[in-house]
Design a protein around this ligand. Structure first.
Ligand code: LIP
Length: 289
């Protein structure tokens, strides 16, 4: 079956996913070695939005390796975007890469650190690979082919009752008083609804993988990026789950916000209780240059 806007047959995506797995494992080796040593840390959008030389090294390793195999494809990378490269999704086959998700964890040698590689064609997510490199857990999913962790099939939680839910979230990089007030207000609303608990693990991709694995019922966040969501969205959907916008509508990959849950009912519960924190879209620059 040929895809609508470009000539490559979608059957190629299986081969592309194998290439993503291979380079994610190589990137994981680099991170496992680097985590043992002192890190040269700088900041980006805020004092808590950290980046290290290893983030740049790993992103260059992943993009140069994939670009050599697929020169006609497009690439969106966290650090290339931070350096000013356009971040926009076209119909062209596009790789969406977070070289080190959980950079703050990496800086502290806290084990929730992952490599995330998503792939989209015609703006449709086709597959996702997330490698929890410090624990050597490989999460993979391809549209229509199911989701797996180290080859074992993943299944989301089927819980629909909010008062039986374990929820994950992240604070993001904005820590101004207004943002903190809304963030803590959202958490308070769920705690008052007697959810079983709320967890913050410092890695959006690995938190989302817990939803795919059925280890928690829901995840919500404002302030994450398309490279935090792309791969995980395919993995959760192929594990039987739902990934939507915080308004309850369809996911907008560039909107910097997401709700993911095992069931549609749980996703709707979460969305209805959230007060929005606004962030500039990832494709803001692309649309305004
Ligand atoms: C991190 C996300 C986390 C978010 C952080 C940061 P990074 O990604 O995983 O959810 O709270 O602000 O965006 O920067 O480590 O790739």
């Amino acid at each position: 079956m040929t895809s609508a806007s470009n000539e490559e047959p979608s059957a190629n995506w299986g081969e592309c996913m194998e290439a993503a797995v291979e380079i994610a494992r190589k990137a994981g080796q680099v991170i496992r070695e680097a985590v043992k040593h002192d890190k040269c840390v700088t900041t980006k959008s805020s004092a808590v939005d950290l980046v290290t030389e290893t983030d740049h090294l790993v992103e260059n390793l992943i993009i140069s390796s994939l670009r050599a195999k697929y020169p006609s494809h497009s690439f969106i990378g966290e650090e290339s975007s931070a350096a000013g490269e356009k971040c926009c999704l076209t119909d062209n086959p596009t790789w969406i890469i977070d070289p080190i998700d959980g950079t703050c964890n990496f800086v502290h040698s806290f084990p929730m650190v992952a490599v995330s590689i998503g792939f989209a064609v015609n703006k449709e997510l086709e597959f996702g690979v997330i490698y929890h490199c410090l624990e050597e857990n490989l999460y993979t999913a391809r549209k229509g082919h199911g989701a797996f962790c180290n080859g074992l099939k993943l299944q989301v939680s089927k819980e629909t009752d909010l008062s039986k839910a374990l929820i994950l979230t992240e604070i993001g990089a904005k820590r101004d008083p207004e943002t903190l007030k809304i963030f803590l207000g959202n958490m308070e609303r769920f705690l008052k609804a007697h959810v079983h608990g709320i967890r913050v693990i410092g890695s959006a991709t690995l938190a989302l993988c817990q939803i795919a694995a059925g280890a928690a019922e829901a995840y919500y966040q404002f302030g994450l990026h398309c490279w935090d969501i792309a791969a995980a969205a395919v993995i959760i959907r192929e594990a039987g789950g739902n990934v939507i916008d915080t308004s309850g509508g369809p996911l907008d990959l560039m909107s910097r916000r997401v709700v993911a849950a095992g069931t549609q009912e749980m996703a709707n519960h979460i969305a209805q209780m959230l007060e929005t924190i606004t962030y500039e879209r990832d494709d803001y620059n692309a649309n305004n240059l």
